[in-house]
Design a protein around this ligand. Structure first.
Ligand code: ADP
Ligand code: ARG
Length: 479
């Protein structure tokens, strides 16, 4: 529409009454219109940090392309009121350019202090952590090898962040990375190959690394490739999943333990993943790979003076690191949900995810993905230490939960409380958080397709427990 940015100044050069950024543009709504929505979210979802710190006065000071970019950063939090963070940077410079907003969101999320002025420091020296740098899960009583993964998010300073990339830039980014992967492939101990789901390279023709859908699905199942980003509403309204699947793929080493994602939420997610007991081993192997990657000419990573490594999502800033293990906690998940596990893990600084990653259900056997929540204003070595100590405490809680008397059978519960969780079936709100994700991710899953919240909520006691037993498999196994 283009009607907001060009009101002429008065003859004396003074600013006119009406601010330049007061109307809608093609790329962003005017403040009045936008804040009608923002105010609703502020009221309904006080934990949505984006809505919490969106300020009409500040928004009104932004004009033209700046306001459009800022709107792209924050739109996801308003489109998706249940967001916890609710915003993503579009370019490496956005954190500085829009600091009056991002500074508060980041400070609140990472330090519960919107005024936080700390400066992040990276430190991978693990020697003083654990027993001389060794973090051995077997010492915590783990009998079977544990699936361990440590990843970092990294972005190239020379490109827009994924939310602002167009199709041509996504393809160019993938092509730019190919010589770097060639170097890894030629390095002893690495090898491997690139798997790409980019249908073609546009004007540059065929993509030599293209894999078909069956191979892609196989890699997703093995936790090697990332899921269909376009099914993630948070990424979608930030533009991060646009042009899917162009510019997306991964490199994986010969031993299938070293992986680099291309074109997910960050330009690169660099990780080591394997089954075993020594978390420090995965950590150190990642550091070695990262040092090698950083010597490659194209890999000039975006960094911020205060916030360290820049990532699309402010939750990942600083280290960009998520260190996780898949552990079985059947006692804490005996109701089929992660509600109790989250209750216990939260105060330990741990996040609980499903076995397919963020926004996926827990495993049918009670397996969950546990990782420290902190990424910024914490050292890399402290993250793996926090994972180890957190798992130790979580397993103690799991053991304790196994000794507690079993909850009364569902049939003994009051039949007039259909909305509450029973021993054997989750409450409708909790269950349908998962069901709705599966509905969105897997439209061919007939169980999810025909599960109705009202119907589920109408069932009580033993009937609801039995019904839940009938359908649980379809939600535990989205495919
Ligand atoms: P990210 O860790 O990059 O934020 P997700 O939580 O979506 O992303 O997880 C991405 C993939 O990595 C998923 O397939 C998930 O199951 C897998 N994953 C994460 N941690 C582990 C682990 N410790 N063992 C095996 N797979 C894992
Ligand atoms: N944007 C989502 C929210 O605010 C997800 C944030 C954390 N996860 C992530 N993948 N960056 O709730």
């Amino acid at each position: 529409m283009g009607c907001g940015a060009s009101t002429p100044e008065g003859a004396d050069g003074a600013k006119p009454e009406k601010k330049a950024g007061s109307g809608d543009t093609a790329g962003s709504p005017g403040p009045d219109k936008f804040f009608k929505e923002v105010d609703k979210v502020k009221k309904k979802q006080p934990d949505n940090l984006c809505a919490k710190y969106l300020d009409k006065k500040y928004y009104s000071t932004l004009e033209g392309a700046d306001r459009d970019t800022f709107y792209k950063c924050v739109r996801t939090g308003i489109d998706n009121p249940d967001s916890g963070m609710g915003c993503y940077a579009m370019t490496p410079g956005d954190l500085t350019k829009f600091k009056p907003f991002f500074g508060k969101v980041i400070g609140d999320y990472h330090k519960k202090d919107p005024k936080c002025a700390l400066t992040h420091k990276n430190d991978w020296d693990i020697s003083s952590v654990g027993e001389g740098g060794v973090l051995d899960l077997a010492k915590l009583g783990m009998a079977e090898p544990i699936s361990m993964r440590v990843r970092v998010g990294r972005n190239l300073a020379a490109f827009n962040l994924p939310g602002a990339m167009d199709k041509a830039e996504r393809i160019k980014f993938e092509q730019t990375m190919l010589p770097a992967f060639d170097k890894l492939i030629a390095t002893e101990g690495y090898g491997g190959k690139v798997y790409s789901i980019t249908p073609d390279f546009g004007a540059d023709g065929a993509n030599p690394n293209f894999i078909d859908d069956a191979k892609y699905q196989e890699l997703v199942k093995k936790h090697v490739m990332f899921k269909d980003m376009d099914a993630d509403p948070y990424l979608k309204s930030a533009g991060i999943s646009s042009d899917w699947p162009f510019g997306r793929g991964c490199w994986m080493s010969d031993d299938e333990q070293k992986i680099i994602w291309i074109g997910e939420e960050d330009h690169l997610r660099i990780m080591v993943m394997k089954k075993g007991f020594l978390i420090n081993e995965v950590f150190s192997e990642l550091k070695t790979m990262l040092d090698l990657v950083e010597t490659l000419e194209v890999c000039k990573f975006a960094k911020d003076d205060q916030y360290g490594y820049i990532t699309s999502c402010p939750t990942n800033l600083g280290t960009g690191m998520r260190a996780s293990v898949h552990v079985k906690i059947p006692n804490l998940t005996s109701d089929g949900t992660d509600a109790k596990a989250k209750e216990v893990a939260g105060p330990l600084g741990l996040s609980v995810r499903g076995t397919g990653g963020e926004h996926t259900p827990i495993g049918a056997d009670g397996t969950v993905d546990i990782s420290p929540r902190a990424r910024l204003f914490i050292k890399e070595c402290e993250i793996v230490e926090a994972l180890y100590k957190g798992v130790e405490l979580l397993m103690a809680a799991e053991e304790k939960a196994g000794k507690e008397p079993a909850p009364p059978p569902a049939a003994e519960k009051k039949a007039d409380a259909p909305a509450a969780s029973t021993a054997a079936s989750p409450e409708p709100d909790d269950f349908f958080k998962l069901v709705d994700k599966v509905k969105a991710d897997q439209p061919d899953n007939l169980c999810a397709k025909y599960l109705e919240k009202d119907y589920y909520a109408s069932l009580t006691g033993a009937d609801r427990d039995t019904f839940y037993k009938c359908v649980r498999t379809g939600i535990d196994n989205p495919d």
